[in-house]
Design a protein around this ligand. Sequence first.
Ligand code: AGP
Length: 608
Amino acid sequence: MCGIIGYTGKRDAISVVLEGLKRLEYRGYDSAGIAFFSDGTVRIRRRKGKVKELLHLFENERPVSHTAIGHTRWATHGKPSEGNAHPHRSDGIVIVHNGIIENYMELKKGLVAEGYVFSSDTDTEVICHLIHKYSRENLLEDAVRLAMKNVRGAYAIAAINEREDGKIVGVRKDSPLCVGLGDGEYFLASDVPAFFSHSKDVIFLNDGEMVVMTDDGVLVTTLEGEPIQKESVSITWSPSMAEKSGYKHFMLKEIFEQPRAIADTLRGRFSAETGEMNLEELGIGKDDLGSIEKIFIVACGTSWHAALIGKYLIEDIARIPVEVDIASEFRYRNPIIKRHDLLVAITQSGETADTLAVQKEARRRGARVMSVCNVVGSSSSREADAVFYTRSGPEIGVASTKAFTSQITSLLLLAVALGLSRKHIDTGVAMELQRELLAIPDKIEQILARNEEVESVAKELFKARNFIYLGRGLNYPIALEGALKLKEITYIHAEGYPGGEMKHGPIALIDEELPVVFLAPKGPLYEKTVSNIQEVKSRGGKVVSLMNHGNTEVAELSDYMLFVPDSNPYLAPVLLVVPLQLLAYHIGVLRGCDVDQPRNLAKSVTVE
Ligand code: AGP
């Protein structure tokens, strides 16, 4: 996600902000920019690419400035470019923003009708013009308050006004923003690392809070302007820990970011009031969705597991035949793919060589291609007729976690849109599934709150030499994913299997040394799964069961138990994978593995 840094005080603000942008690079970004007061005006410098491109601009000229804001952009709306880079300005108002504005299209229409001219494809620019509109008769902080009352979505904003030198206003909702306190100088940032070398005395803003920073000090208020007394926190993290927001590893941070990542992926994609899907941004209209005769879903690794789940969801909800394939197999088997077929390529990085090759081949054969991707402007997003962005933010850990659950969420949204377009489900069913989806972030929070229980199980099992993961139906791909997470993080051999397959061979492996992980939520195949557990138990196997709270039947059969909240069976995979991610993580840490950069692995396999 984007990074924000602002400074006002006695130092060289340009240096402080450029240094802060460098320290935010780990968050992942595609462009950067800075705005600074100088000689009574606000000047802006922006560059696509890395912060060093920005630094070059100041090699020969270093204006004197004591107030500046800066930004590293992770594109969500509008491709990476200098024109879409932040800061954005509207006359004397200049802002930087991290988040997603749900209603930016309707706000943009109104502003254009009022004569505002837009120069970017971003949702952010809407906020800039709104603040300008209210700044004609108001101080900056009041203009920001009035503007944000019109905005729906997630935002962390830093704003300055050319007429109010030395002042920075910040406001947050669902995107982080914190204030660093110094001696007559103040910092504003998305994350502590941005100003960590200058201040360790931090105020963390909560949703709906605003900060006004001037030479006189820092004032925190509600969006309505009511002053709030905030306690500062003394940060004792190491610089490395600061980059992970206090988590020991990026993988753990990203596992814990899943509630926000899913909330962002859902944001603005349907109307909870009417049940209507809003996928126009995909670039594929309702009519196109209705004309699809067959869907191919192609991916690699964890993304392929998401593809398998997509098959179950789309075939059950939309009754369209779906064929799933591993990209490196699909591209060499001379597939039968036609003009009215849709090929969905799932790729977190958007740069996986085999998946990209499939997209090109499918287009050459006349099929339409949709990319389900996490990186705006990536090769996959450019090699597609439609793009469904998972908005999980930059995934730094090599093991895919938050991107995976965002992929499944996106595929369920696509299945509902297809089901509605073909009238296979009605609005009532769609709204029920949308309500279930909106409840997922909180259910994942409940699972994350029991992280220590997973760690306890990991302490019992981390010396095992082999694991088997078993799931049925929609949960079989989660058995595969749980096994892959364990393999790639802990280097322990593990296999995922359909529960019904045990009798066809793998049951010969059962002994008291072999942990068998069962996915046993209530659902259509629950009873069959209980039978499988009994088969393993009766042969002396070590049973690890993931079940819903209060399930005493399975608990009595299990040596180790992990729990997930009840849910609609369509949503069970998103919940079940979280304890498995944590189990692999904790076992990896216990075995002294490099869980963020496992041996032999790359975050993006850009070669065949
Ligand atoms: C997942 O934890 C692995 N890092 C790997 O299997 C990954 O999912 C695969 O390489 C596909 O990557 P992509 O989603 O970026 O295409």
